[in-house]
Ligand binder design. Structure first.
Ligand code: T3D
Length: 267
């Protein structure tokens, strides 16, 4: 267990990382970025970790950028140059999204309470999002004069289509978790009382699966969005060549033939 601005715990092959600034709804400071990146790097490098769960302490998942942080708060004096938010995004949020999307194991976001701004899009860039009925998603950016970042412009239309992406991004209204599930923004919404056990069993299930195949599935589904059908078919064939030469494929087929449960070990 560690007590920094993220709280880290392990159960079997599942590593849980919880954002830990509950007094400010887990909004991002540069220190929390650093602690989260270190926790993700550590999970990526640890061969015993086969699934990562990302959540938040307190009553929310994450309220996005900490707007009181001097690094982000607008410069009030007209005599001083404005803050370069692009630099902030490039140095902190872009590497964070890249880290999550390149994890060698599946990443589940568990959302209770609000996920706003970069917090919403951090959740959405995970492989699967499970939310409690208390959960909600807010593209808060437009309300403070910004565009969706942390992958929002890429993720939203892909997840819910152009019309809904525009409505969510332009209005910045709170989308309850139940509605988020209904429109396909997230995988599942459950009662808050069932959230922990639902995520625990989902994480254990993913951790027992052939991880290289799951990670290649993430890659293929993302890349195929930019490809025409022949190119997507070619990508699938290339990935099957790689996966078909791996031990997990042999194990999967042997277990099927022997009518026993498979034991996948690769990462
Ligand atoms: O630098 C840049 O801006 C570029 C980077 C952009 C990335 C982004 O994420 S931009 C979007 C930033 N986030 C927001 O705009 C959301 C701001 N927060 C809210 O709109 C509301 O707090 C929520 C809708 C998320 C929750 O509302 P509610 O009523 O449940 O809670 P609250 O009372 O507003 O917040 C509780 C406390 O958390 C409060 O502090 P206090 O008064 O008890 O001392 C509030 O100030 C603090 N808090 C909430 N969000 C943030 C925050 N403090 C700093 N930054 C926040 N983003």
């Amino acid at each position: 267990m560690s007590e920094t601005l993220v709280r880290i715990s392990s159960a079997g092959a599942v590593r849980t990382i919880r954002l830990n600034r509950p007094e400010a709804l887990n909004s991002f400071t540069s220190q929390m970025h650093a602690d989260l990146m270190a926790a993700l790097e550590d999970a990526a490098a640890d061969p015993s970790v086969r699934c990562v769960v990302l959540g938040g302490e307190g009553r929310a998942f994450c309220a996005g950028q900490d707007l009181s942080d001097p690094m982000a708060a607008p410069e009030l004096s007209p005599d001083k140059p404005p803050k370069d938010l692009g630099h902030l995004i490039n140095s902190l949020y872009v590497p964070l999204v890249a880290r999550v999307r390149s994890m060698p194991v599946p990443v589940i976001a568990v959302v209770h309470g609000v996920a706003a701004g970069a917090g919403a899009n951090l959740a959405l860039c995970c492989d699967m999002v499970v939310a409690g009925r208390s959960g909600s998603f807010i593209q808060a950016f437009s309300k403070i004069g910004l565009v969706p970042d942390t992958g929002g412009t890429w993720l939203l239309p892909r997840l819910v289509g152009h019309a809904r992406a525009m409505g969510l991004a332009m209005l910045g209204d709170k989308l309850p978790a139940e509605e988020a599930e209904r429109i396909g923004l997230i995988w599942k919404c459950v009662d808050d009382a069932e959230l922990a056990s639902t995520v625990e069993s989902l994480a254990a299930r993913l951790a027992a699966m052939p991880l290289r195949a799951l990670v290649a599935t993430r890659q293929a589904l993302a890349e195929a969005q930019q490809l025409d059908l022949p190119a997507a078919l070619a990508l699938e064939a290339r990935l099957q060549t790689t996966l078909g030469a791996a031990q997990d494929y042999r194990e999967g087929v042997e277990a099927f033939r022997a009518k026993r449960a498979p034991r996948f070990t690769e990462r």
